[in-house]
Design a protein around this ligand. Structure first.
Ligand code: EPU
Length: 337
Protein backbone atom coordinates (compact mmCIF):
# COMPACT_ATOMS: atom_id res chain seq x y z
CA UNK A 1 0.00 0.00 0.00
CA UNK A 2 1.55 3.26 -1.14
CA UNK A 3 0.15 6.46 0.32
CA UNK A 4 1.09 9.61 -1.56
CA UNK A 5 0.90 13.14 -0.20
CA UNK A 6 -0.49 16.38 -1.60
CA UNK A 7 -1.97 14.95 -4.82
CA UNK A 8 -3.95 16.94 -7.41
CA UNK A 9 -7.43 15.51 -8.06
CA UNK A 10 -7.67 17.24 -11.45
CA UNK A 11 -7.33 14.12 -13.60
CA UNK A 12 -9.29 11.97 -11.14
CA UNK A 13 -12.73 13.55 -11.48
CA UNK A 14 -14.73 14.51 -14.54
CA UNK A 15 -15.16 18.21 -13.67
CA UNK A 16 -11.36 18.44 -13.80
CA UNK A 17 -10.97 21.17 -11.16
CA UNK A 18 -7.50 21.46 -9.70
CA UNK A 19 -8.41 20.69 -6.08
CA UNK A 20 -6.06 18.58 -3.97
CA UNK A 21 -6.08 15.75 -1.45
CA UNK A 22 -3.68 15.62 1.48
CA UNK A 23 -3.24 11.86 1.03
CA UNK A 24 -4.01 9.48 -1.80
CA UNK A 25 -3.80 5.70 -2.38
CA UNK A 26 -5.05 3.14 -4.89
CA UNK A 27 -7.00 0.14 -3.63
CA UNK A 28 -6.80 -3.04 -5.71
CA UNK A 29 -7.68 -5.73 -3.16
CA UNK A 30 -9.95 -6.26 -0.17
CA UNK A 31 -6.88 -6.37 2.08
CA UNK A 32 -5.90 -2.90 0.84
CA UNK A 33 -9.31 -1.57 1.95
CA UNK A 34 -8.75 -2.80 5.51
CA UNK A 35 -5.17 -1.49 5.66
CA UNK A 36 -6.00 1.97 4.32
CA UNK A 37 -9.01 2.45 6.58
CA UNK A 38 -6.93 1.34 9.56
CA UNK A 39 -4.24 3.86 8.56
CA UNK A 40 -6.78 6.71 8.30
CA UNK A 41 -8.36 5.74 11.63
CA UNK A 42 -4.98 5.73 13.39
CA UNK A 43 -4.19 9.15 11.95
CA UNK A 44 -7.73 10.27 12.81
CA UNK A 45 -8.39 11.75 9.34
CA UNK A 46 -11.41 11.34 7.07
CA UNK A 47 -11.34 9.12 3.96
CA UNK A 48 -13.17 9.28 0.70
CA UNK A 49 -13.64 6.54 -1.91
CA UNK A 50 -13.28 7.65 -5.49
CA UNK A 51 -14.45 5.56 -8.44
CA UNK A 52 -14.18 7.18 -11.87
CA UNK A 53 -14.95 10.55 -10.25
CA UNK A 54 -17.84 11.11 -12.64
CA UNK A 55 -20.44 12.27 -10.13
CA UNK A 56 -18.46 14.46 -7.75
CA UNK A 57 -17.51 18.09 -7.48
CA UNK A 58 -14.53 18.94 -5.28
CA UNK A 59 -14.76 22.54 -4.09
CA UNK A 60 -11.78 22.53 -1.71
CA UNK A 61 -8.76 20.50 -0.61
CA UNK A 62 -9.73 17.13 0.83
CA UNK A 63 -8.04 17.16 4.22
CA UNK A 64 -7.80 13.41 4.47
CA UNK A 65 -7.17 10.23 2.47
CA UNK A 66 -8.67 9.76 -1.00
CA UNK A 67 -8.83 6.10 -1.98
CA UNK A 68 -9.13 5.27 -5.66
CA UNK A 69 -11.10 2.04 -6.08
CA UNK A 70 -9.34 -0.34 -8.47
CA UNK A 71 -10.66 -3.79 -7.48
CA UNK A 72 -11.22 -5.53 -10.82
CA UNK A 73 -12.72 -8.74 -12.21
CA UNK A 74 -15.94 -10.15 -13.70
CA UNK A 75 -16.71 -13.66 -12.47
CA UNK A 76 -19.69 -15.95 -13.14
CA UNK A 77 -20.88 -17.29 -9.77
CA UNK A 78 -24.09 -19.13 -10.72
CA UNK A 79 -26.19 -19.95 -13.76
CA UNK A 80 -29.74 -21.29 -14.02
CA UNK A 81 -31.96 -21.96 -17.06
CA UNK A 82 -33.06 -18.34 -17.11
CA UNK A 83 -30.49 -16.31 -15.18
CA UNK A 84 -26.77 -15.64 -14.84
CA UNK A 85 -25.23 -14.34 -11.61
CA UNK A 86 -22.01 -12.35 -11.88
CA UNK A 87 -19.68 -10.94 -9.27
CA UNK A 88 -17.99 -7.76 -10.47
CA UNK A 89 -15.15 -5.80 -8.86
CA UNK A 90 -16.08 -2.28 -7.73
CA UNK A 91 -13.30 -0.73 -9.84
CA UNK A 92 -14.52 -2.13 -13.19
CA UNK A 93 -15.61 0.47 -15.72
CA UNK A 94 -19.42 0.51 -15.85
CA UNK A 95 -19.84 0.80 -19.63
CA UNK A 96 -17.23 -1.88 -20.24
CA UNK A 97 -19.20 -4.23 -17.97
CA UNK A 98 -22.54 -3.37 -19.65
CA UNK A 99 -21.02 -4.03 -23.10
CA UNK A 100 -19.66 -7.38 -21.86
CA UNK A 101 -23.19 -8.43 -20.79
CA UNK A 102 -24.72 -7.25 -24.09
CA UNK A 103 -22.11 -9.23 -26.04
CA UNK A 104 -22.88 -12.36 -24.03
CA UNK A 105 -26.62 -11.91 -24.69
CA UNK A 106 -27.46 -11.34 -21.02
CA UNK A 107 -30.15 -8.70 -20.56
CA UNK A 108 -30.91 -6.15 -17.86
CA UNK A 109 -28.30 -3.40 -18.17
CA UNK A 110 -28.38 -2.49 -21.89
CA UNK A 111 -30.46 0.69 -21.27
CA UNK A 112 -27.67 1.84 -18.93
CA UNK A 113 -25.00 1.83 -21.65
CA UNK A 114 -22.45 4.66 -21.71
CA UNK A 115 -23.17 5.93 -18.20
CA UNK A 116 -19.78 7.13 -16.96
CA UNK A 117 -18.43 5.67 -13.75
CA UNK A 118 -17.47 2.44 -12.05
CA UNK A 119 -19.42 -0.66 -11.03
CA UNK A 120 -18.96 0.17 -7.33
CA UNK A 121 -20.65 3.55 -7.79
CA UNK A 122 -23.71 2.06 -9.53
CA UNK A 123 -25.48 0.88 -6.33
CA UNK A 124 -24.52 4.06 -4.42
CA UNK A 125 -26.36 6.33 -6.85
CA UNK A 126 -28.70 3.60 -8.05
CA UNK A 127 -27.83 4.92 -11.50
CA UNK A 128 -30.69 5.03 -13.97
CA UNK A 129 -31.63 5.93 -17.51
CA UNK A 130 -34.32 5.20 -20.11
CA UNK A 131 -36.75 3.49 -17.75
CA UNK A 132 -34.20 1.24 -16.01
CA UNK A 133 -32.30 1.48 -12.73
CA UNK A 134 -29.22 -0.44 -11.59
CA UNK A 135 -31.19 -1.87 -8.64
CA UNK A 136 -33.33 -3.88 -11.09
CA UNK A 137 -30.33 -6.14 -11.81
CA UNK A 138 -28.44 -6.05 -8.49
CA UNK A 139 -28.75 -9.22 -6.40
CA UNK A 140 -26.45 -8.15 -3.57
CA UNK A 141 -23.54 -5.90 -2.67
CA UNK A 142 -20.35 -6.85 -0.80
CA UNK A 143 -18.98 -4.02 1.32
CA UNK A 144 -16.51 -3.36 4.11
CA UNK A 145 -18.50 -2.08 7.08
CA UNK A 146 -16.07 0.35 8.70
CA UNK A 147 -18.13 0.43 11.91
CA UNK A 148 -17.58 -3.25 12.67
CA UNK A 149 -14.38 -3.63 10.59
CA UNK A 150 -15.78 -6.58 8.63
CA UNK A 151 -16.92 -7.41 5.11
CA UNK A 152 -20.66 -7.97 4.85
CA UNK A 153 -23.09 -8.94 2.08
CA UNK A 154 -26.17 -6.77 1.72
CA UNK A 155 -29.07 -8.26 -0.23
CA UNK A 156 -30.93 -6.00 -2.67
CA UNK A 157 -33.74 -5.47 -0.14
CA UNK A 158 -31.21 -4.34 2.51
CA UNK A 159 -29.82 -1.57 0.27
CA UNK A 160 -32.71 0.95 0.64
CA UNK A 161 -32.63 1.71 -3.08
CA UNK A 162 -34.58 4.75 -4.25
CA UNK A 163 -34.42 7.32 -7.05
CA UNK A 164 -30.67 8.12 -7.29
CA UNK A 165 -30.14 7.01 -3.69
CA UNK A 166 -29.39 4.02 -1.46
CA UNK A 167 -28.18 3.06 1.99
CA UNK A 168 -24.64 3.71 0.74
CA UNK A 169 -25.44 7.27 -0.25
CA UNK A 170 -27.28 8.01 3.01
CA UNK A 171 -24.39 6.83 5.17
CA UNK A 172 -21.47 7.84 2.95
CA UNK A 173 -18.48 6.83 5.05
CA UNK A 174 -19.73 3.63 6.66
CA UNK A 175 -19.66 1.16 3.74
CA UNK A 176 -16.91 0.62 1.19
CA UNK A 177 -18.24 -1.44 -1.70
CA UNK A 178 -15.72 -4.02 -2.94
CA UNK A 179 -17.92 -5.94 -5.40
CA UNK A 180 -21.46 -6.09 -6.74
CA UNK A 181 -23.39 -9.25 -7.58
CA UNK A 182 -25.67 -8.88 -10.60
CA UNK A 183 -28.47 -11.10 -11.87
CA UNK A 184 -28.95 -10.98 -15.64
CA UNK A 185 -31.59 -12.48 -17.88
CA UNK A 186 -30.87 -15.12 -20.52
CA UNK A 187 -34.26 -14.44 -22.14
CA UNK A 188 -34.19 -10.65 -21.90
CA UNK A 189 -37.24 -8.43 -21.72
CA UNK A 190 -36.59 -5.44 -23.97
CA UNK A 191 -37.44 -2.06 -22.47
CA UNK A 192 -38.05 0.22 -25.41
CA UNK A 193 -41.04 2.21 -24.17
CA UNK A 194 -38.91 5.32 -23.52
CA UNK A 195 -39.67 7.74 -26.40
CA UNK A 196 -36.12 8.44 -27.51
CA UNK A 197 -35.23 4.72 -27.75
CA UNK A 198 -38.39 3.99 -29.76
CA UNK A 199 -37.55 6.78 -32.18
CA UNK A 200 -33.97 5.69 -32.80
CA UNK A 201 -34.98 2.04 -33.30
CA UNK A 202 -37.67 3.18 -35.73
CA UNK A 203 -35.29 5.43 -37.69
CA UNK A 204 -32.93 2.52 -38.13
CA UNK A 205 -35.26 0.82 -40.64
CA UNK A 206 -37.75 -0.21 -38.02
CA UNK A 207 -35.04 -2.32 -36.51
CA UNK A 208 -36.28 -5.11 -34.26
CA UNK A 209 -35.36 -4.72 -30.61
CA UNK A 210 -32.34 -6.72 -29.48
CA UNK A 211 -29.82 -6.14 -26.69
CA UNK A 212 -27.38 -4.82 -29.25
CA UNK A 213 -29.87 -2.54 -30.98
CA UNK A 214 -31.02 -1.07 -27.65
CA UNK A 215 -27.46 -0.56 -26.39
CA UNK A 216 -26.53 1.14 -29.69
CA UNK A 217 -29.63 3.34 -29.58
CA UNK A 218 -28.79 4.44 -26.01
CA UNK A 219 -25.16 5.08 -27.01
CA UNK A 220 -26.35 7.22 -29.92
CA UNK A 221 -28.84 9.21 -27.77
CA UNK A 222 -26.35 9.81 -24.98
CA UNK A 223 -23.52 10.79 -27.32
CA UNK A 224 -25.77 13.35 -29.00
CA UNK A 225 -27.13 14.81 -25.75
CA UNK A 226 -24.36 14.60 -23.16
CA UNK A 227 -20.92 16.17 -23.48
CA UNK A 228 -17.97 13.77 -23.28
CA UNK A 229 -16.21 14.45 -19.94
CA UNK A 230 -12.80 14.12 -21.57
CA UNK A 231 -13.69 16.95 -23.93
CA UNK A 232 -15.76 19.13 -21.61
CA UNK A 233 -15.79 18.82 -17.81
CA UNK A 234 -19.18 17.70 -16.46
CA UNK A 235 -20.84 15.12 -14.24
CA UNK A 236 -23.99 14.24 -16.21
CA UNK A 237 -27.22 15.45 -14.61
CA UNK A 238 -26.23 17.96 -11.96
CA UNK A 239 -29.71 18.07 -10.38
CA UNK A 240 -32.37 15.49 -9.57
CA UNK A 241 -35.80 15.63 -11.14
CA UNK A 242 -37.98 16.89 -8.27
CA UNK A 243 -41.11 15.12 -7.06
CA UNK A 244 -44.19 17.19 -6.22
CA UNK A 245 -47.72 16.42 -5.02
CA UNK A 246 -50.62 16.29 -7.47
CA UNK A 247 -51.97 19.54 -6.01
CA UNK A 248 -48.69 21.39 -6.64
CA UNK A 249 -48.46 19.88 -10.12
CA UNK A 250 -51.99 21.12 -10.93
CA UNK A 251 -51.17 24.65 -9.80
CA UNK A 252 -47.96 24.59 -11.87
CA UNK A 253 -49.57 23.25 -15.04
CA UNK A 254 -52.32 25.86 -14.82
CA UNK A 255 -49.68 28.60 -14.75
CA UNK A 256 -47.18 26.90 -17.12
CA UNK A 257 -49.09 24.64 -19.54
CA UNK A 258 -45.87 23.49 -21.25
CA UNK A 259 -44.26 22.13 -18.09
CA UNK A 260 -42.97 18.55 -18.49
CA UNK A 261 -44.00 16.08 -15.79
CA UNK A 262 -44.79 12.38 -15.33
CA UNK A 263 -47.18 10.84 -12.79
CA UNK A 264 -45.27 8.44 -10.52
CA UNK A 265 -48.13 7.52 -8.17
CA UNK A 266 -51.75 8.59 -7.50
CA UNK A 267 -50.60 11.69 -5.68
CA UNK A 268 -47.11 12.42 -6.98
CA UNK A 269 -45.55 13.80 -10.16
CA UNK A 270 -41.93 13.96 -11.24
CA UNK A 271 -41.01 17.24 -12.92
CA UNK A 272 -38.35 17.46 -15.65
CA UNK A 273 -35.81 19.74 -13.95
CA UNK A 274 -34.19 20.31 -17.37
CA UNK A 275 -37.36 22.03 -18.55
CA UNK A 276 -37.60 24.23 -15.42
CA UNK A 277 -33.96 25.32 -15.82
CA UNK A 278 -34.39 25.95 -19.55
CA UNK A 279 -37.54 27.99 -18.92
CA UNK A 280 -35.55 30.19 -16.53
CA UNK A 281 -33.27 31.02 -19.46
CA UNK A 282 -30.17 29.06 -18.41
CA UNK A 283 -29.79 26.68 -21.36
CA UNK A 284 -26.51 27.44 -23.16
CA UNK A 285 -25.63 30.31 -20.78
CA UNK A 286 -21.98 30.72 -19.75
CA UNK A 287 -20.51 32.69 -16.84
CA UNK A 288 -16.74 32.70 -16.45
CA UNK A 289 -15.49 29.13 -16.59
CA UNK A 290 -18.90 27.52 -16.10
CA UNK A 291 -22.02 27.00 -18.19
CA UNK A 292 -25.36 25.29 -18.56
CA UNK A 293 -24.97 22.80 -21.43
CA UNK A 294 -26.60 23.95 -24.66
CA UNK A 295 -28.24 20.58 -25.45
CA UNK A 296 -29.37 19.54 -21.96
CA UNK A 297 -29.93 22.05 -19.15
CA UNK A 298 -29.56 19.45 -16.39
CA UNK A 299 -25.86 19.31 -17.19
CA UNK A 300 -23.42 21.91 -15.86
CA UNK A 301 -20.19 22.16 -17.85
CA UNK A 302 -16.73 23.38 -16.90
CA UNK A 303 -15.07 25.12 -19.87
CA UNK A 304 -11.70 26.13 -18.55
CA UNK A 305 -9.56 25.70 -15.51
CA UNK A 306 -11.76 27.27 -12.84
CA UNK A 307 -11.97 26.31 -9.17
CA UNK A 308 -14.66 23.88 -8.01
CA UNK A 309 -16.35 26.57 -5.96
CA UNK A 310 -17.15 28.53 -9.13
CA UNK A 311 -19.16 25.55 -10.42
CA UNK A 312 -20.90 25.22 -7.06
CA UNK A 313 -21.82 28.92 -7.05
CA UNK A 314 -23.20 28.66 -10.59
CA UNK A 315 -25.40 25.73 -9.51
CA UNK A 316 -26.61 27.81 -6.55
CA UNK A 317 -27.70 30.58 -8.94
CA UNK A 318 -29.71 28.06 -10.98
CA UNK A 319 -31.33 26.71 -7.80
CA UNK A 320 -32.30 30.22 -6.68
CA UNK A 321 -33.76 31.19 -10.04
CA UNK A 322 -35.87 28.00 -10.33
CA UNK A 323 -37.02 28.54 -6.74
CA UNK A 324 -38.09 32.11 -7.31
CA UNK A 325 -39.92 31.35 -10.59
CA UNK A 326 -41.59 28.01 -9.76
CA UNK A 327 -41.32 27.67 -5.97
CA UNK A 328 -39.45 24.38 -6.51
CA UNK A 329 -36.22 23.70 -4.63
CA UNK A 330 -33.88 21.68 -6.85
CA UNK A 331 -31.65 19.13 -5.17
CA UNK A 332 -28.15 18.40 -6.45
CA UNK A 333 -27.60 14.89 -7.76
CA UNK A 334 -23.82 15.35 -7.89
CA UNK A 335 -21.95 14.75 -4.63
CA UNK A 336 -20.35 17.96 -3.36
CA UNK A 337 -17.26 17.93 -1.27
N1 EPU B 1 -35.95 18.79 -21.14
C1 EPU B 1 -36.08 20.12 -21.49
N2 EPU B 1 -34.97 20.92 -21.48
C2 EPU B 1 -33.74 20.43 -21.17
C3 EPU B 1 -33.60 19.07 -20.80
C4 EPU B 1 -34.72 18.27 -20.80
O1 EPU B 1 -37.16 20.59 -21.79
O2 EPU B 1 -32.79 21.20 -21.21
C5 EPU B 1 -37.12 17.93 -21.19
C6 EPU B 1 -36.95 16.88 -22.31
O3 EPU B 1 -37.39 17.38 -23.53
C7 EPU B 1 -37.79 15.74 -21.81
C8 EPU B 1 -37.69 15.86 -20.28
O4 EPU B 1 -37.21 17.17 -19.99
O5 EPU B 1 -39.14 15.91 -22.18
C9 EPU B 1 -36.75 14.82 -19.69
O6 EPU B 1 -35.49 14.95 -20.31
P1 EPU B 1 -34.56 13.67 -20.64
O7 EPU B 1 -35.33 12.56 -21.23
O8 EPU B 1 -33.38 14.20 -21.37
O9 EPU B 1 -34.14 13.15 -19.23
P2 EPU B 1 -33.72 13.93 -17.92
O10 EPU B 1 -34.87 13.92 -16.97
O11 EPU B 1 -33.15 15.24 -18.28
C10 EPU B 1 -32.86 11.75 -16.73
C11 EPU B 1 -31.68 11.33 -15.91
C12 EPU B 1 -30.48 11.06 -16.80
C13 EPU B 1 -30.87 9.96 -17.78
C14 EPU B 1 -32.08 10.45 -18.60
C15 EPU B 1 -32.61 9.41 -19.56
C16 EPU B 1 -31.96 12.38 -13.75
C17 EPU B 1 -31.49 13.47 -12.83
N3 EPU B 1 -31.37 12.36 -14.95
O12 EPU B 1 -32.54 13.01 -17.35
O13 EPU B 1 -29.43 10.57 -15.98
O14 EPU B 1 -29.81 9.64 -18.64
O15 EPU B 1 -33.17 10.77 -17.69
O16 EPU B 1 -33.33 8.43 -18.88
O17 EPU B 1 -32.81 11.57 -13.38
C18 EPU B 1 -27.54 11.29 -14.72
O18 EPU B 1 -28.13 10.95 -13.70
O19 EPU B 1 -26.36 11.78 -14.66
C19 EPU B 1 -28.19 11.17 -16.00
C20 EPU B 1 -27.62 11.59 -17.09
Amino acid sequence: MEIKENISLQSLHSFGCNEKANYFAKIDSIEAIEKCIQWAKEKDIPYFILGAGSNILFTKTFEGLVLKMEIMGIKKIKETASEVFLEVGAGENWHHFVSYCVQKGWGGLENLSLIPGTVGAAPIENIGAYGVEAKDSIASVTAYDTQIAQFIILQNSDCAFGYRTSLFKMDKTRYIISSVQFVLQKQPIFRTEYGAIKEVLHQKNNKQASLDAIANAVIQIRSEKYPHPQKLGNAGSFFKNPTVTKAIFETLIAAYPKIIAYPISDNAYKLAAGWLIEDCGWKGKQKGNVGCYEKQSLVIVHYNNGPGIEIFNFSEEIIQSVLSKFGILLEREVVIY
